[in-house]
Ligand binder design. Structure first.
Ligand code: 3PG
Ligand code: CO
Length: 555
């Protein structure tokens, strides 16, 4: 019979304070000038790496090790934090949608049947990130969905695109729009009225997260639902090309636009009787638009018009809020996470980050679940992020403030686990600004130091790791690993994550003598960290968790 009670670890004591640090976007790669972590002054992380070899190691943070379809899939924060917190590898959204499309089951499910009711008289709107990044969505999945929907009777399809440049190279939006419009033209030949209706850059239109800036979602709403935007074009390709040239904006920040017909009338506002699908499988940047599309009562911005639509998410984005209530593919069921176990076993937990990463170390950590398990045992603190800026202008972000909160939580001795996410290397790495990313890495390193000092003070244990790579490689490379040049002979900046492994370091005065990394889990990944942390709290991990990374030798 199931029980939340964890067995005592045979050798390790309970009650130690553990400082658990996740450096976002901090991978291990060759030391060269495009490795911002190497270039930056990072004495704290360097000393962990140069310390005892049995207390520092690398783990896998991409591909199948975190439940992604293939080894070509870079890591990301959703799957990374899911694995860290849940201690097991779940087939993730990307993979589940692949299965559902390949088997055709997606078109037989409740969610699709629901939106299909609108096909006779209404338009099907598809809203989402247009790239092959595989982090939030995938272009090939969109194409299969729109083709399948047309075969299932959709007569009028409108696609509302969000250009990427963050999980893929900047400028690649042009090619993706071209591919999409070619596929839409094929549908038109078959008599389906199908075209792009609106768009904008993902960081400026629609895809905000953790309620950092509702203005982003509003800009999307105005274009997608109301058909209103500062820029109007006749095609998607014209839109992205001209906006890049004329406004100087990059793919991530393209201003909102609508596509208009020969009379200047928007071709695809969302109206009563239509169906809408948000095609992203990843949750964090879809929750806000899902609320706007679904909630009758909504006060985050003036929607002006709230059309009566049939709305479904590609997945359900929040299992706790049941949002959206309709979805095409069931999300991974990430249950019995380490956080929930620990709360049931008397471990008091503090978690903190700034807004842009707050949900990573809470929502993703806890298996895509909002809120804490038991408010008497847990405290979650969000430090407001600066909004409306790109983080290369503020590369230190709130690292110091996060570290101070963690320090105070550790020194208060009220908590057994103090968990933080330090966003700098990831958020600044995504801007592609190499100099700023170096500053970001230094700031994160200083934050780690403050937390380790506090752990030292209370006789605790630290576990320092990362969720995936980013800042350790800022250039697109060929198969041989050499930087790729574009037509002008310039290097191609890599704004995205990487396939690199990430470090795990353990230590601190509270670490029992004889604790060291085992040698028999050479392919260990992020999912092995949960059992490791449970051991350090004095418990055995559940038997179906990925094995612990540590052993205790008698000496
Ligand atoms: C984003 O959403 O900012 C990127 O697509 C992925 O970054 P993250 O996985 O580090 O959040
Ligand atoms: Co990132």
């Amino acid at each position: 019979e199931f029980s939340w009670k964890l067995a005592d670890h045979p050798k390790l004591p309970k009650g130690k304070t553990i400082g658990l640090v996740v450096l976002d976007g901090w991978g291990e790669a060759n030391p060269d000038k495009f490795n911002c972590i190497h270039v930056a002054e990072t004495p704290t992380m360097d000393s962990l790496k140069k310390g005892a070899p049995e207390k520092w190691r690398l783990v896998r943070a991409h591909g199948t090790a975190v439940g992604l379809p293939s080894e070509d899939d870079m890591g990301n924060s959703e799957v990374g934090h899911n694995a860290l917190g849940a201690g097991r590898i779940f087939a993730q959204g990307a993979k589940l949608v692949d299965y559902a499309l390949a088997s055709g089951k997606i078109f037989e499910g409740e969610g699709f049947k629901y939106i299909k009711e609108s096909f006779d008289t209404g338009t099907l709107h598809l809203i989402g990130l247009l790239s092959d990044g595989g982090v939030h969505s995938r272009l090939d999945q969109l194409l299969l969905l729109q083709k399948g929907a047309s075969e299932q009777g959709a007569k009028r399809i409108r696609v509302h695109i969000l250009t990427d440049g963050r999980d893929v190279l900047d400028g690649s939006s042009v090619g993706f729009v071209e591919t999409l419009e070619n596929e839409l033209a094929k549908l038109q030949e078959k008599g389906v009225d199908a075209q792009i209706a609106s768009g904008g850059g993902r960081m400026y239109v629609t895809m905000d997260r953790y309620e950092n800036d509702w203005g982003v979602v509003k800009r999307g709403w105005d274009a997608q639902v109301l058909g209103e935007a500062p820029y109007k074009f006749r095609s998607g390709l014209e839109a992205v090309k001209k906006l890049r040239e004329e406004t100087g904006a990059n793919d991530q920040y393209l201003p909102p636009f609508v596509i208009v017909d020969e009379n200047g009338k928007p071709v695809g506002p969302i109206v009563d009787g239509d169906a809408v699908v948000t095609i992203n499988f990843r949750a964090d940047r879809m929750v806000m638009i899902a609320k706007a599309l679904e909630y009758e009562n909504f006060d985050k911005f003036d929607r002006v018009r709230f059309p009566k639509i049939r709305y479904a998410g590609m997945l359900q984005y929040d299992g706790e809020l049941m949002l959206p209530s309709r979805y095409l593919v069931s999300p991974p069921e990430i249950e019995r996470t380490s956080g929930e176990y620990l709360v049931h076993n008397g471990v008091r937990t503090f978690a903190c980050s700034e807004t842009v990463k707050f949900g990573h170390v809470t929502f993703f950590w806890n298996g895509n679940r909002s809120g804490c398990f038991n408010p008497e045992m847990e405290e979650y603190v969000e430090i407001p992020s600066d909004s409306g800026i790109t983080f290369n202008v503020q590369p230190k972000m709130k690292a110091l403030e996060i570290a101070e909160k963690a320090r105070d939580a550790i020194l208060s001795r009220k908590f057994h686990q103090v968990r933080v996410n330090l966003p700098n290397s990831d958020m600044v790495g995504h801007t592609g600004d190499i100099e700023a990313t170096v500053v970001a890495c230094k700031a994160a390193d200083e934050a780690v130091k403050m937390i380790l000092d506090a752990i030292e003070h209370v006789g605790g244990i630290y576990v320092v790791t990362a969720d995936h790579g980013n800042a350790e490689d800022m250039v697109k490379r060929n198969k041989k690993g050499e930087p790729l040049l574009d037509r002008n002979g310039d290097i191609q900046i890599l704004t995205s994550h990487t396939l690199q492994p990430v470090p795990v370091a353990i230590g601190g005065p509270g670490l029992a003598p004889g604790v060291r990394f085992r040698k028999d889990v050479p392919n260990g990944g992020l999912a092995n960290v949960a059992a490791t942390v449970m051991n350090l709290h004095g418990f055995e991990a559940p038997s179906d968790y990925e094995p612990t990374l540590i052993e205790v030798v008698d000496n």
